[in-house]
Design a protein around this ligand. Structure first.
Ligand code: APR
Ligand code: PHB
Length: 389
């Protein structure tokens, strides 16, 4: 079999790239290790930058997003019992959109199915071959049958644990990593959100986040220890911990209920350079990871997809490889700014085990400056709503 672009990974990155290319008549095959149901069972962040919203529109999958998403003009920041708002719309004339990442992926699956474009679920043992040559190919197994796809390019959209990044020789790769000394315990509950905007809270006992999916589905997180197991956290313990980390007036308004999903995620910052090796291009979590504070994971994957999509278009339509040759440089320039912002948000909002009294004062001063300075708020707003592509 032959195609123009093999896309390894059927998460948001791979599916968005596949849909954009398909609409321009560029032939792709998506190879996804898991089932559609499994991928859609993953609960991920729900804040979309306008750049991603625009890409979804360009991909022809913006209708449900437009109909069912919520515009968020700002966010709230709480520090112990004090809380202040940052209104992105008033400060810089831009907002973000709240729409579950699962729904982004679902819309892209539906569009690909409707277009009749190929996606192979439960593709096993995907292996990349001759990516540094002009004749790359990918092998995999499906229902026990060995298969091969020859292609022009391979898009490695298979996430942090995928095969693509590891297909680049270690001698070629430079990896940067910071592992945070805590995790996030998240729950989903069929309860009305405590506030119609998100609340990021730094309390003396640790971080908490109040988010949502819609008016009757709330998403909450509390910072937890790395050694914690989900089994250590009853719903009652979660709700008590969350309420304790929020300002009193918010905690009193909290509507609790049974969790319908509960999971712990570790936090890390990670970047692997370069994002290209021969005819292999890494996109999204395959190349970089951010802590979820500020919801930059999917949104940074989206800018990777934008740069790669533009580079492939330029190659196929104009026979010009300039966009592909500059892909890694352009993608990484924005990736590192998202890494910085996510690290900064994480640093000012969480309690670190080794924090000295001076460190705590620095955190308090950072939050006070953000509360009191419109300039500081503009800088945060510009990063939160998404820097230009
Ligand atoms: N072969 C085929 N598919 C694979 C392989 C493999 N060897 N390894 C992983 N995959 C699939 C996974 O099952 C997953 O569906 O690749 C997909 C990668 O999707 P994500 O991990 O979601 O990464 P990405 O598409 O880049 O999306 C980034 O999603 O994970 C969140 O926080 C992340 O918001 C960010 C966004
Ligand atoms: C979420 O809604 O899951 C969410 C929102 C903002 C974040 C992280 C997660 O920074």
């Amino acid at each position: 079999m032959r195609t123009q672009v093999v896309i390894v990974g059927g998460g948001p990155s791979g599916m968005l790239l596949g849909q954009l290319l398909h609409r321009k008549g560029i032939d792709t095959v998506v190879l996804e290790r898991r089932t559609r149901e499994h991928v859609l069972s993953r609960i991920r962040a729900g804040i979309l930058e306008q750049g991603l919203v625009a890409l979804m529109g360009e991909a022809g999958v913006g209708d449900r997003l437009k109909a069912e998403s919520y515009l968020h003009e700002g966010t709230l920041i709480a520090h112990n019992d004090q809380m202040f708002g940052i209104n992105f719309q008033n400060l810089i004339g831009q907002s973000v959109v709240l729409y579950g990442q699962t729904e982004v992926t679902r819309d892209l699956y539906d569009a690909r199915e409707k277009a009749g474009a190929e996606i192979v679920f439960e593709a096993e043992d995907v292996s990349l071959h001759d990516a540094d040559s002009d004749a790359p190919f990918v092998t995999y197994r499906k229902d026990g049958e060995a298969r091969r796809i020859d292609c022009d390019f391979i898009a490695g959209c298979d996430g942090f644990h995928g095969v693509s990044r590891r297909s680049i020789p270690a001698a070629v790769r430079t990896e940067y990593e910071k592992v945070y000394p805590f995790g996030w315990l998240g729950i989903l509950s069929e309860t009305p959100p405590v506030n119609d905007e998100l609340i990021y809270a730094n309390s003396k006992d640790g971080f908490a986040l109040c988010s949502m999916r819609n008016a009757s589905l709330s998403r909450y997180y509390v910072q937890c220890s790395l050694g914690d197991d989900v089994g250590d956290w009853s719903d009652t313990r979660f709700w008590d911990t969350l309420r304790h980390r929020l300002p009193d007036e918010v905690g009193e308004a909290l509507v609790t209920g049974p969790s319908i999903e509960k999971s712990i995620a570790p936090l890390r910052s990670f970047v692997s350079e370069p994002m290209r090796w021969g005819r292999l291009f890494l996109c999204g979590d395959a190349a970089h990871i951010v802590p979820p504070t500020g919801a930059k994971g999917l949104n940074t994957a989206a800018s990777d997809v934008h740069y790669l999509y533009q580079g492939l278009l330029q190659f196929y339509q104009e026979k010009d490889s300039e966009g592909l040759d500059r892909y890694s440089e352009k993608a990484l320039a924005r990736v590192w700014k998202a890494e910085r912002f996510s690290w900064w948000m994480t640093s000012i909002l969480h309690r670190f085990p080794d924090q000295s009294p001076f460190d705590l004062r620095m955190q308090a001063a950072e939050l006070a400056f953000l509360r009191d300075s419109e300039d500081a708020q503009r800088v945060m707003a510009a990063n939160y709503v998404g820097l230009p592509y």
